[in-house]
Ligand binder design. Structure first.
Ligand SMILES: Cc1cc2nc3c(=O)[nH]c(=O)nc-3n(C[C@H](O)[C@H](O)[C@H](O)COP(=O)(O)OP(=O)(O)OC[C@H]3O[C@@H](n4cnc5c(N)ncnc54)[C@H](O)[C@@H]3O)c2cc1C
Ligand code: FES
Length: 260
């Protein structure tokens, strides 16, 4: 993990409040793996002291990409940055997903921006077959499918838009139900990222069916290094921090009630 400066080489709005941001940094020997995250400074008109964590959406030597949604001060500042601007960042942070089994079927279930680390998993490991279930409940936040679709990926899309275009509270149940009804395969492993309720429901399904499940958790973070304990929660092995012990965890080990 290093602190470095990244130069913005790509910054485009891909949905109403959602941006794809790519930064190039000088260090060429860094290994950044799927499930890890980057901590990005977000300077601008709003004061933000702390760096903000974002899952790696894609990475290649010297380049890291994220997909982020504008939700507050830091991400508003970020959205105003231009190609050529420089941002301080720390990467790679946290632990990656375990390696998907080649030859087995790896199912990915991603809600909203939870697709970011799952997308990188499919890029980083091009060989294992992936069945990718992507869903969102906000029409305006729809991630263009061409960003996710590639050969070797069986992509299923669940657009859970209510007529009033308000967030569907049933979305986590609906996405899982769609997968349960329509998938005809037996997965070797399921990887899930998105709203906590979605990850909790998918974990329950996996435990019932005896399928290994890995999740990528989110939490509000301060230090990002396991020092302040601000992102700690309960697991069957005791307290863990999202930033240092995760963000990837065996879902069956998480005490989900401690995250809400
Ligand atoms: C490991 C990890 C990976 C993440 N990956 C992504 C990603 O790929 N794309 C993305 O858009 N976001 C991601 N996030 C969330 C992102 O870090 C926050 O949206 C960001 O820090 C908000 O900063 P802000 O200054 O704009 O918002 P603030 O001004 O700090 O807060 C604005 C609002 O957003 C809420 N909020 C802030 N941070 C979080 C959070 N971590 N979880 C839930 N609600 C929050 C606040 O409660 C508040 O209501 C990730 C978070 C973690 C911990
Ligand atoms: S953010 Fe400080 S311990 Fe995780």
């Amino acid at each position: 993990m290093i602190k470095t400066n990244g130069e913005i080489i790509e910054h485009q709005c891909i949905a109403k409040h959602i941006f794809l941001l790519s930064l190039r940094y000088p260090e060429s020997n860094l290994i950044v793996e799927p499930g890890q995250f980057v901590q990005l400074s977000c300077p601008g008109k709003h004061t933000t002291l702390l760096k903000r964590p974002f899952s790696v959406f894609d990475a290649s030597p010297n380049i890291v990409s994220i997909v982020y949604k504008v939700v507050g001060k830091g991400t508003t500042n970020l959205s105003e940055k231009r190609v050529g601007d420089s941002l301080e960042m720390i990467l790679p942070c946290g632990n990656p997903f375990s390696i998907p089994q080649e030859g087995g079927l790896n199912v990915l279930i991603g809600g909203g921006l939870g697709i970011a680390p799952l997308h990188f998993l499919t890029k980083y490991y091009p060989k294992p077959p992936f069945e990718f279930w992507y869903g969102t409940s906000y029409e305006e936040e729809w991630i263009p499918a061409n960003l996710l679709q590639r050969s070797g990926i069986d992509l299923h899309i669940h657009a859970d838009f209510s007529t009033s275009n308000h967030h569907s509270l049933q979305f986590p149940e609906n996405l899982l139900q769609k997968y349960q009804k329509e998938s005809t395969t037996s997965p070797t492993k399921i990887y899930c990222c998105g709203p906590t309720k979605l990850m909790q429901n998918v974990t329950k399904h996996c435990m019932e069916k005896n399928i290994p499940i890995e999740v990528s958790l989110e939490s509000r973070m301060a230090c990002g290094f396991g020092i302040c304990l601000g992102c700690s929660f309960l697991t069957k092995d005791g307290m863990k921090t999202v930033c240092k012990d995760g963000p990837t965890f065996d879902g069956s080990n998480v005490i989900w009630e401690s995250l809400t």
